[in-house]
Design a binder for this molecule. Structure first.
Ligand SMILES: [Zn+2]
Ligand SMILES: [Zn+2]
Ligand SMILES: [Zn+2]
Length: 474
Protein backbone atom coordinates (compact mmCIF):
# COMPACT_ATOMS: atom_id res chain seq x y z
CA UNK A 1 0.00 0.00 0.00
CA UNK A 2 1.17 3.50 -0.80
CA UNK A 3 2.43 5.11 2.40
CA UNK A 4 2.06 8.57 0.89
CA UNK A 5 -1.64 8.09 0.37
CA UNK A 6 -2.53 9.88 3.55
CA UNK A 7 -0.24 12.83 3.06
CA UNK A 8 -3.23 14.87 1.96
CA UNK A 9 -5.61 13.59 4.56
CA UNK A 10 -5.72 16.71 6.65
CA UNK A 11 -8.23 18.47 4.50
CA UNK A 12 -10.25 21.29 5.97
CA UNK A 13 -13.87 20.27 6.01
CA UNK A 14 -16.07 22.47 3.94
CA UNK A 15 -19.31 23.43 5.50
CA UNK A 16 -21.22 23.03 2.26
CA UNK A 17 -21.21 20.59 -0.60
CA UNK A 18 -21.35 22.28 -3.92
CA UNK A 19 -23.70 20.03 -5.83
CA UNK A 20 -21.64 20.42 -8.99
CA UNK A 21 -18.38 19.45 -7.36
CA UNK A 22 -17.47 15.79 -6.98
CA UNK A 23 -17.33 14.79 -3.35
CA UNK A 24 -13.83 13.45 -3.78
CA UNK A 25 -12.57 16.98 -4.18
CA UNK A 26 -13.85 17.88 -0.76
CA UNK A 27 -12.86 14.85 1.18
CA UNK A 28 -9.61 13.11 1.76
CA UNK A 29 -8.53 10.12 -0.29
CA UNK A 30 -9.91 6.91 1.13
CA UNK A 31 -7.66 4.01 2.05
CA UNK A 32 -6.30 2.06 -0.90
CA UNK A 33 -8.71 -0.85 -0.79
CA UNK A 34 -11.83 1.24 -0.32
CA UNK A 35 -11.60 3.94 -2.92
CA UNK A 36 -15.36 4.23 -3.07
CA UNK A 37 -15.55 5.41 0.54
CA UNK A 38 -15.98 8.98 1.57
CA UNK A 39 -13.42 9.82 4.15
CA UNK A 40 -13.83 12.45 6.85
CA UNK A 41 -10.67 13.45 8.57
CA UNK A 42 -11.00 15.12 11.92
CA UNK A 43 -7.92 16.64 13.47
CA UNK A 44 -7.83 18.06 16.98
CA UNK A 45 -9.43 21.47 17.13
CA UNK A 46 -11.70 20.95 14.13
CA UNK A 47 -15.42 21.26 14.71
CA UNK A 48 -17.05 17.82 14.51
CA UNK A 49 -20.39 19.52 13.87
CA UNK A 50 -19.06 20.41 10.39
CA UNK A 51 -18.47 16.74 9.70
CA UNK A 52 -21.96 15.96 10.94
CA UNK A 53 -23.43 18.54 8.54
CA UNK A 54 -21.46 17.07 5.68
CA UNK A 55 -22.63 13.56 6.58
CA UNK A 56 -26.25 14.75 6.40
CA UNK A 57 -25.68 16.31 3.01
CA UNK A 58 -24.19 13.09 1.67
CA UNK A 59 -26.97 10.94 3.06
CA UNK A 60 -29.76 13.20 1.78
CA UNK A 61 -28.28 13.59 -1.68
CA UNK A 62 -30.65 12.03 -4.25
CA UNK A 63 -27.92 10.23 -6.19
CA UNK A 64 -27.41 6.69 -4.85
CA UNK A 65 -23.75 6.86 -5.87
CA UNK A 66 -23.42 9.55 -3.20
CA UNK A 67 -25.94 8.83 -0.47
CA UNK A 68 -25.11 5.12 -0.27
CA UNK A 69 -21.38 5.78 -0.07
CA UNK A 70 -19.55 4.16 2.81
CA UNK A 71 -18.34 6.91 5.12
CA UNK A 72 -15.19 6.46 7.16
CA UNK A 73 -14.37 8.86 9.95
CA UNK A 74 -10.65 9.23 10.44
CA UNK A 75 -9.89 10.73 13.81
CA UNK A 76 -6.92 11.86 15.80
CA UNK A 77 -6.77 13.00 19.35
CA UNK A 78 -9.02 11.97 22.17
CA UNK A 79 -11.58 14.78 22.09
CA UNK A 80 -15.08 13.42 22.54
CA UNK A 81 -17.17 13.37 19.38
CA UNK A 82 -20.92 13.91 19.10
CA UNK A 83 -22.84 10.64 19.36
CA UNK A 84 -24.70 11.39 16.15
CA UNK A 85 -21.38 11.44 14.30
CA UNK A 86 -19.70 8.39 15.84
CA UNK A 87 -22.80 6.27 15.35
CA UNK A 88 -23.80 7.93 12.06
CA UNK A 89 -20.74 6.95 10.02
CA UNK A 90 -20.07 3.44 8.75
CA UNK A 91 -16.74 3.04 10.48
CA UNK A 92 -14.17 4.93 12.53
CA UNK A 93 -10.46 4.75 12.09
CA UNK A 94 -8.57 5.95 15.12
CA UNK A 95 -5.19 6.91 13.72
CA UNK A 96 -3.59 7.30 17.13
CA UNK A 97 -4.29 3.63 17.83
CA UNK A 98 -3.70 2.30 14.32
CA UNK A 99 -1.41 4.72 12.50
CA UNK A 100 -0.79 2.66 9.36
CA UNK A 101 -4.23 1.66 8.16
CA UNK A 102 -7.65 0.87 9.55
CA UNK A 103 -8.32 -2.66 10.76
CA UNK A 104 -8.78 -5.37 8.14
CA UNK A 105 -12.42 -5.89 8.99
CA UNK A 106 -13.11 -2.16 8.57
CA UNK A 107 -11.56 -2.11 5.12
CA UNK A 108 -13.40 -5.28 4.14
CA UNK A 109 -16.73 -3.92 5.26
CA UNK A 110 -16.30 -0.58 3.54
CA UNK A 111 -15.24 -2.31 0.36
CA UNK A 112 -18.30 -4.56 0.44
CA UNK A 113 -20.63 -1.60 0.98
CA UNK A 114 -18.94 0.31 -1.83
CA UNK A 115 -19.33 -2.59 -4.23
CA UNK A 116 -23.00 -3.17 -3.44
CA UNK A 117 -23.78 0.55 -3.59
CA UNK A 118 -21.95 0.91 -6.91
CA UNK A 119 -24.39 -1.47 -8.60
CA UNK A 120 -27.44 0.69 -8.01
CA UNK A 121 -28.77 3.35 -10.30
CA UNK A 122 -31.39 5.92 -9.27
CA UNK A 123 -34.97 4.72 -9.03
CA UNK A 124 -36.02 7.85 -10.89
CA UNK A 125 -34.14 9.93 -13.38
CA UNK A 126 -34.16 12.83 -10.90
CA UNK A 127 -32.56 10.62 -8.23
CA UNK A 128 -34.01 8.97 -5.16
CA UNK A 129 -35.97 11.89 -3.77
CA UNK A 130 -38.25 9.79 -1.60
CA UNK A 131 -36.60 9.32 1.84
CA UNK A 132 -38.40 5.97 2.22
CA UNK A 133 -36.58 4.69 -0.85
CA UNK A 134 -33.26 6.03 0.43
CA UNK A 135 -33.74 4.30 3.78
CA UNK A 136 -34.68 0.99 2.14
CA UNK A 137 -31.74 1.06 -0.26
CA UNK A 138 -29.37 2.05 2.51
CA UNK A 139 -30.52 -0.89 4.63
CA UNK A 140 -30.28 -3.31 1.71
CA UNK A 141 -26.76 -2.19 0.84
CA UNK A 142 -25.53 -2.34 4.45
CA UNK A 143 -27.20 -5.69 5.09
CA UNK A 144 -27.81 -7.34 8.44
CA UNK A 145 -30.14 -6.10 11.13
CA UNK A 146 -30.65 -2.52 12.24
CA UNK A 147 -31.52 -2.19 15.90
CA UNK A 148 -32.53 1.01 17.66
CA UNK A 149 -30.35 2.32 20.48
CA UNK A 150 -31.65 4.00 23.59
CA UNK A 151 -30.19 7.45 24.22
CA UNK A 152 -31.07 10.61 26.07
CA UNK A 153 -29.41 12.62 23.32
CA UNK A 154 -32.28 12.00 20.91
CA UNK A 155 -35.66 13.53 21.81
CA UNK A 156 -37.46 10.29 20.90
CA UNK A 157 -35.32 8.41 23.43
CA UNK A 158 -34.34 5.90 20.74
CA UNK A 159 -32.30 6.30 17.59
CA UNK A 160 -31.47 4.24 14.53
CA UNK A 161 -27.95 5.67 14.42
CA UNK A 162 -26.61 5.21 10.89
CA UNK A 163 -30.05 5.80 9.39
CA UNK A 164 -30.68 9.14 11.10
CA UNK A 165 -28.75 11.31 8.60
CA UNK A 166 -30.92 9.96 5.73
CA UNK A 167 -34.00 11.94 6.72
CA UNK A 168 -34.34 15.52 7.82
CA UNK A 169 -37.18 16.89 9.88
CA UNK A 170 -39.23 17.63 6.75
CA UNK A 171 -39.16 13.94 5.81
CA UNK A 172 -40.50 12.79 9.15
CA UNK A 173 -38.42 10.71 11.49
CA UNK A 174 -36.60 7.54 10.58
CA UNK A 175 -38.63 5.36 12.97
CA UNK A 176 -41.80 6.35 11.11
CA UNK A 177 -40.23 5.64 7.70
CA UNK A 178 -39.18 2.22 8.95
CA UNK A 179 -42.70 1.45 10.19
CA UNK A 180 -44.03 2.45 6.78
CA UNK A 181 -41.62 0.09 5.02
CA UNK A 182 -42.50 -2.72 7.42
CA UNK A 183 -46.23 -2.22 6.75
CA UNK A 184 -45.48 -2.84 3.09
CA UNK A 185 -43.60 -6.06 3.86
CA UNK A 186 -40.35 -4.55 2.65
CA UNK A 187 -38.85 -4.89 6.14
CA UNK A 188 -39.33 -7.39 8.91
CA UNK A 189 -39.41 -6.03 12.45
CA UNK A 190 -38.77 -7.66 15.81
CA UNK A 191 -40.05 -5.96 18.96
CA UNK A 192 -37.54 -4.02 21.05
CA UNK A 193 -39.48 -1.42 23.02
CA UNK A 194 -42.71 0.50 23.30
CA UNK A 195 -42.57 4.16 24.32
CA UNK A 196 -44.91 6.94 25.23
CA UNK A 197 -44.12 10.18 23.51
CA UNK A 198 -45.54 13.60 22.73
CA UNK A 199 -48.38 13.31 20.23
CA UNK A 200 -47.28 16.59 18.73
CA UNK A 201 -43.50 16.26 18.30
CA UNK A 202 -42.73 12.64 19.26
CA UNK A 203 -40.41 13.69 22.06
CA UNK A 204 -40.25 10.94 24.68
CA UNK A 205 -39.37 13.28 27.53
CA UNK A 206 -42.69 13.88 29.18
CA UNK A 207 -43.30 15.33 32.60
CA UNK A 208 -46.23 13.62 34.28
CA UNK A 209 -47.83 15.93 36.83
CA UNK A 210 -50.93 16.12 38.98
CA UNK A 211 -52.95 19.29 38.55
CA UNK A 212 -55.92 20.99 40.20
CA UNK A 213 -59.19 20.06 38.44
CA UNK A 214 -60.52 23.57 39.09
CA UNK A 215 -57.67 25.89 38.07
CA UNK A 216 -55.18 23.42 36.40
CA UNK A 217 -52.32 24.61 38.63
CA UNK A 218 -49.64 22.03 39.38
CA UNK A 219 -48.70 23.81 42.61
CA UNK A 220 -50.31 21.28 44.93
CA UNK A 221 -49.74 20.26 48.51
CA UNK A 222 -50.13 16.48 48.71
CA UNK A 223 -50.93 14.89 52.06
CA UNK A 224 -52.22 11.65 53.51
CA UNK A 225 -55.83 11.70 54.64
CA UNK A 226 -55.93 10.38 58.23
CA UNK A 227 -58.75 8.53 59.97
CA UNK A 228 -58.66 8.27 63.79
CA UNK A 229 -60.35 4.98 64.79
CA UNK A 230 -61.18 6.01 68.38
CA UNK A 231 -63.35 9.06 67.58
CA UNK A 232 -63.82 8.60 63.82
CA UNK A 233 -62.37 12.03 63.04
CA UNK A 234 -60.87 12.32 59.54
CA UNK A 235 -58.72 15.08 58.16
CA UNK A 236 -55.42 15.84 56.41
CA UNK A 237 -52.22 14.79 58.16
CA UNK A 238 -51.40 18.45 58.95
CA UNK A 239 -54.46 18.58 61.28
CA UNK A 240 -52.78 15.92 63.47
CA UNK A 241 -49.22 17.21 63.52
CA UNK A 242 -48.34 18.72 66.87
CA UNK A 243 -44.84 19.20 68.27
CA UNK A 244 -43.40 16.34 66.23
CA UNK A 245 -46.15 13.90 67.18
CA UNK A 246 -49.60 13.02 65.90
CA UNK A 247 -52.43 14.25 68.11
CA UNK A 248 -56.13 14.07 67.22
CA UNK A 249 -57.55 17.62 66.98
CA UNK A 250 -60.98 16.34 68.05
CA UNK A 251 -60.41 13.98 70.99
CA UNK A 252 -56.80 15.04 71.72
CA UNK A 253 -55.52 11.45 71.95
CA UNK A 254 -52.10 10.55 70.76
CA UNK A 255 -51.98 8.52 67.53
CA UNK A 256 -49.22 5.90 67.87
CA UNK A 257 -49.63 2.98 65.56
CA UNK A 258 -50.74 3.00 61.98
CA UNK A 259 -53.29 0.23 61.55
CA UNK A 260 -54.08 0.07 65.29
CA UNK A 261 -54.87 3.72 66.16
CA UNK A 262 -55.46 5.16 62.74
CA UNK A 263 -55.21 4.54 58.99
CA UNK A 264 -54.61 6.56 55.83
CA UNK A 265 -57.54 5.75 53.56
CA UNK A 266 -56.70 8.32 50.86
CA UNK A 267 -54.53 11.14 49.68
CA UNK A 268 -55.69 14.72 49.77
CA UNK A 269 -54.56 17.49 47.47
CA UNK A 270 -54.67 21.15 48.34
CA UNK A 271 -54.22 23.66 45.54
CA UNK A 272 -51.94 26.49 46.59
CA UNK A 273 -53.30 28.58 43.76
CA UNK A 274 -57.07 28.44 44.37
CA UNK A 275 -57.20 26.59 47.72
CA UNK A 276 -59.35 23.86 46.21
CA UNK A 277 -59.20 20.60 48.19
CA UNK A 278 -59.75 17.34 46.37
CA UNK A 279 -58.95 13.62 46.41
CA UNK A 280 -58.42 13.00 42.71
CA UNK A 281 -56.06 15.17 40.73
CA UNK A 282 -56.04 15.49 36.97
CA UNK A 283 -52.89 13.91 35.56
CA UNK A 284 -51.36 15.64 32.56
CA UNK A 285 -48.15 14.90 30.67
CA UNK A 286 -46.26 17.88 29.37
CA UNK A 287 -43.64 17.65 26.62
CA UNK A 288 -40.16 18.90 27.49
CA UNK A 289 -39.50 19.81 23.88
CA UNK A 290 -42.59 21.59 22.56
CA UNK A 291 -44.61 22.13 25.73
CA UNK A 292 -47.67 20.28 24.40
CA UNK A 293 -49.69 19.07 27.36
CA UNK A 294 -52.36 16.34 27.38
CA UNK A 295 -53.72 13.50 29.52
CA UNK A 296 -51.29 10.54 29.26
CA UNK A 297 -53.71 8.41 27.25
CA UNK A 298 -53.94 11.16 24.64
CA UNK A 299 -50.20 11.17 24.00
CA UNK A 300 -48.46 9.12 21.34
CA UNK A 301 -47.21 5.58 21.43
CA UNK A 302 -44.31 4.17 19.48
CA UNK A 303 -42.95 0.73 18.83
CA UNK A 304 -39.24 0.32 18.28
CA UNK A 305 -38.16 -2.77 16.42
CA UNK A 306 -34.99 -4.20 15.01
CA UNK A 307 -35.39 -4.42 11.26
CA UNK A 308 -34.15 -6.71 8.52
CA UNK A 309 -34.83 -6.21 4.81
CA UNK A 310 -37.15 -8.85 3.32
CA UNK A 311 -36.48 -10.55 -0.01
CA UNK A 312 -39.15 -8.31 -1.53
CA UNK A 313 -37.52 -5.20 -0.08
CA UNK A 314 -34.11 -6.23 -1.38
CA UNK A 315 -35.59 -6.72 -4.81
CA UNK A 316 -37.12 -3.25 -4.85
CA UNK A 317 -33.97 -1.70 -3.39
CA UNK A 318 -31.74 -3.20 -6.04
CA UNK A 319 -33.85 -3.03 -9.15
CA UNK A 320 -35.99 -0.03 -8.35
CA UNK A 321 -39.27 0.76 -9.99
CA UNK A 322 -38.08 1.86 -13.40
CA UNK A 323 -36.08 -1.28 -13.85
CA UNK A 324 -39.15 -3.40 -13.18
CA UNK A 325 -41.23 -1.34 -15.59
CA UNK A 326 -38.44 -1.69 -18.12
CA UNK A 327 -38.31 -5.47 -17.71
CA UNK A 328 -42.06 -5.75 -18.24
CA UNK A 329 -42.03 -3.50 -21.28
CA UNK A 330 -39.06 -5.20 -22.89
CA UNK A 331 -40.92 -8.51 -22.70
CA UNK A 332 -43.67 -7.05 -24.83
CA UNK A 333 -42.91 -7.26 -28.55
CA UNK A 334 -45.07 -4.22 -29.19
CA UNK A 335 -42.84 -1.63 -27.55
CA UNK A 336 -40.38 0.06 -29.92
CA UNK A 337 -37.07 1.56 -28.90
CA UNK A 338 -37.65 5.30 -28.59
CA UNK A 339 -35.16 6.20 -31.35
CA UNK A 340 -37.07 4.07 -33.85
CA UNK A 341 -40.31 5.64 -32.65
CA UNK A 342 -38.92 9.12 -33.21
CA UNK A 343 -37.91 8.20 -36.78
CA UNK A 344 -41.35 6.78 -37.35
CA UNK A 345 -43.09 9.96 -36.16
CA UNK A 346 -40.88 12.04 -38.46
CA UNK A 347 -41.76 9.66 -41.33
CA UNK A 348 -45.50 9.98 -40.64
CA UNK A 349 -45.19 13.78 -40.60
CA UNK A 350 -43.30 13.77 -43.93
CA UNK A 351 -45.82 11.40 -45.49
CA UNK A 352 -48.67 13.63 -44.39
CA UNK A 353 -46.88 16.74 -45.72
CA UNK A 354 -46.28 15.10 -49.08
CA UNK A 355 -49.53 13.28 -49.79
CA UNK A 356 -51.90 15.36 -47.64
CA UNK A 357 -53.51 12.11 -46.59
CA UNK A 358 -56.64 12.52 -44.55
CA UNK A 359 -57.27 11.93 -41.74
CA UNK A 360 -53.49 11.82 -41.08
CA UNK A 361 -52.02 10.26 -37.93
CA UNK A 362 -52.28 11.11 -34.25
CA UNK A 363 -49.81 11.02 -31.40
CA UNK A 364 -51.21 9.99 -28.02
CA UNK A 365 -49.23 10.42 -24.79
CA UNK A 366 -50.18 8.75 -21.53
CA UNK A 367 -48.28 9.85 -18.44
CA UNK A 368 -48.56 8.04 -15.11
CA UNK A 369 -47.41 10.22 -12.25
CA UNK A 370 -46.40 8.46 -9.03
CA UNK A 371 -45.87 4.86 -10.14
CA UNK A 372 -43.36 4.60 -7.31
CA UNK A 373 -46.26 4.45 -4.87
CA UNK A 374 -47.63 1.46 -6.76
CA UNK A 375 -44.44 -0.46 -6.20
CA UNK A 376 -44.36 0.39 -2.54
CA UNK A 377 -47.93 -0.81 -2.17
CA UNK A 378 -47.90 -3.89 -4.37
CA UNK A 379 -44.29 -4.99 -4.25
CA UNK A 380 -43.65 -7.84 -6.66
CA UNK A 381 -47.22 -7.73 -7.93
CA UNK A 382 -46.45 -4.36 -9.54
CA UNK A 383 -45.13 -6.35 -12.50
CA UNK A 384 -48.57 -7.90 -13.03
CA UNK A 385 -50.26 -4.52 -12.80
CA UNK A 386 -47.88 -3.06 -15.36
CA UNK A 387 -48.51 -5.93 -17.73
CA UNK A 388 -52.26 -5.38 -17.42
CA UNK A 389 -51.71 -1.67 -17.92
CA UNK A 390 -49.72 -2.27 -21.07
CA UNK A 391 -52.40 -4.68 -22.32
CA UNK A 392 -55.03 -2.01 -21.74
CA UNK A 393 -53.01 0.54 -23.66
CA UNK A 394 -52.27 -1.90 -26.47
CA UNK A 395 -55.97 -2.83 -26.70
CA UNK A 396 -56.81 0.51 -28.35
CA UNK A 397 -54.10 -0.06 -30.93
CA UNK A 398 -54.40 -1.74 -34.29
CA UNK A 399 -51.49 -3.73 -35.77
CA UNK A 400 -50.58 -0.66 -37.82
CA UNK A 401 -50.11 1.50 -34.67
CA UNK A 402 -46.90 1.92 -32.69
CA UNK A 403 -45.95 2.37 -29.06
CA UNK A 404 -42.77 3.42 -27.21
CA UNK A 405 -41.95 4.40 -23.65
CA UNK A 406 -39.66 7.45 -23.64
CA UNK A 407 -39.39 6.98 -19.90
CA UNK A 408 -40.93 4.33 -17.76
CA UNK A 409 -43.97 6.27 -16.68
CA UNK A 410 -44.82 7.64 -20.12
CA UNK A 411 -46.41 5.77 -23.00
CA UNK A 412 -46.24 7.33 -26.48
CA UNK A 413 -48.50 5.91 -29.18
CA UNK A 414 -48.83 6.62 -32.89
CA UNK A 415 -52.32 5.92 -34.23
CA UNK A 416 -51.89 5.80 -38.00
CA UNK A 417 -54.65 6.96 -40.31
CA UNK A 418 -56.47 8.40 -37.34
CA UNK A 419 -57.72 11.97 -36.97
CA UNK A 420 -57.67 13.86 -33.69
CA UNK A 421 -61.42 13.28 -33.20
CA UNK A 422 -61.09 9.52 -33.56
CA UNK A 423 -58.00 9.60 -31.32
CA UNK A 424 -60.05 11.39 -28.67
CA UNK A 425 -62.63 8.62 -28.74
CA UNK A 426 -59.88 6.03 -28.36
CA UNK A 427 -58.34 7.96 -25.47
CA UNK A 428 -61.68 8.17 -23.68
CA UNK A 429 -61.93 4.41 -23.82
CA UNK A 430 -58.35 4.08 -22.67
CA UNK A 431 -58.89 6.55 -19.83
CA UNK A 432 -61.81 4.48 -18.52
CA UNK A 433 -59.87 1.23 -18.80
CA UNK A 434 -56.79 2.60 -17.01
CA UNK A 435 -58.81 4.26 -14.25
CA UNK A 436 -60.70 1.04 -13.57
CA UNK A 437 -57.50 -0.98 -13.45
CA UNK A 438 -55.62 1.42 -11.18
CA UNK A 439 -58.48 2.11 -8.81
CA UNK A 440 -59.14 -1.60 -8.47
CA UNK A 441 -55.51 -2.31 -7.58
CA UNK A 442 -54.19 0.64 -5.59
CA UNK A 443 -55.31 2.66 -2.61
CA UNK A 444 -53.43 5.69 -3.93
CA UNK A 445 -53.51 5.34 -7.72
CA UNK A 446 -51.09 7.39 -9.82
CA UNK A 447 -52.45 10.43 -11.53
CA UNK A 448 -52.82 9.82 -15.27
CA UNK A 449 -52.63 12.60 -17.83
CA UNK A 450 -53.23 12.35 -21.56
CA UNK A 451 -52.26 14.46 -24.56
CA UNK A 452 -53.24 14.15 -28.21
CA UNK A 453 -51.40 15.82 -31.08
CA UNK A 454 -51.91 15.66 -34.80
CA UNK A 455 -48.69 14.43 -36.48
CA UNK A 456 -47.65 17.15 -38.91
CA UNK A 457 -44.33 18.69 -39.84
CA UNK A 458 -44.94 21.29 -37.12
CA UNK A 459 -45.11 18.69 -34.39
CA UNK A 460 -42.21 19.06 -31.98
CA UNK A 461 -42.07 15.60 -30.40
CA UNK A 462 -39.44 16.39 -27.78
CA UNK A 463 -41.09 19.68 -26.86
CA UNK A 464 -44.41 17.92 -26.43
CA UNK A 465 -42.82 15.29 -24.20
CA UNK A 466 -41.10 17.98 -22.15
CA UNK A 467 -44.37 19.80 -21.65
CA UNK A 468 -46.02 16.58 -20.62
CA UNK A 469 -43.31 15.79 -18.09
CA UNK A 470 -43.03 19.42 -17.04
CA UNK A 471 -46.68 19.40 -16.14
CA UNK A 472 -45.88 16.37 -14.03
CA UNK A 473 -43.04 18.13 -12.22
CA UNK A 474 -45.11 21.24 -11.48
ZN1 LIG B 1 -59.82 11.50 67.77
ZN1 LIG C 1 -56.58 25.24 41.93
ZN1 LIG D 1 -43.75 17.81 22.09
Amino acid sequence: MNPGLYAADIVPLRSEIDATEPLGAIMAPAPEGVRSAACFVLVPGEDPEDALGLLGQIRRHPDPAIYLKPVLLVRRGAEPLPEALTYGVDAIWDRDAEPARPGHDVEAELRAIGQRAGQLSPVHSGGDLDPTVRVLRFLAVRGGTFAPRQTVLHPAGWTYDRLEPLADSADGDVARLLMLLAERQLLEGEFVARTHSCSSCNCAFLNFQETCPRCTSADLLVQDWVHHFRCAYTGPMSDFEYEGRLVCPKCEHLLRHLGTDYDKPAIVYQCRECENEFHEADVVSACYQCGHSAPPDMQGERYYRRYTVTALGRNLAIYGVDETVGRVLSRSGRVLPFDSFRTLVAGEAARHERYRTEPGSALVLVNLVGLQGAYLELGERTGELLEQLLETVVSIMRTSDYIATPNNSLFAIVLTETGVDAAETAVERLEGGIAELLQGSLSDPPNVTFAIESITKDLDLDGTLDRMLGRHAA
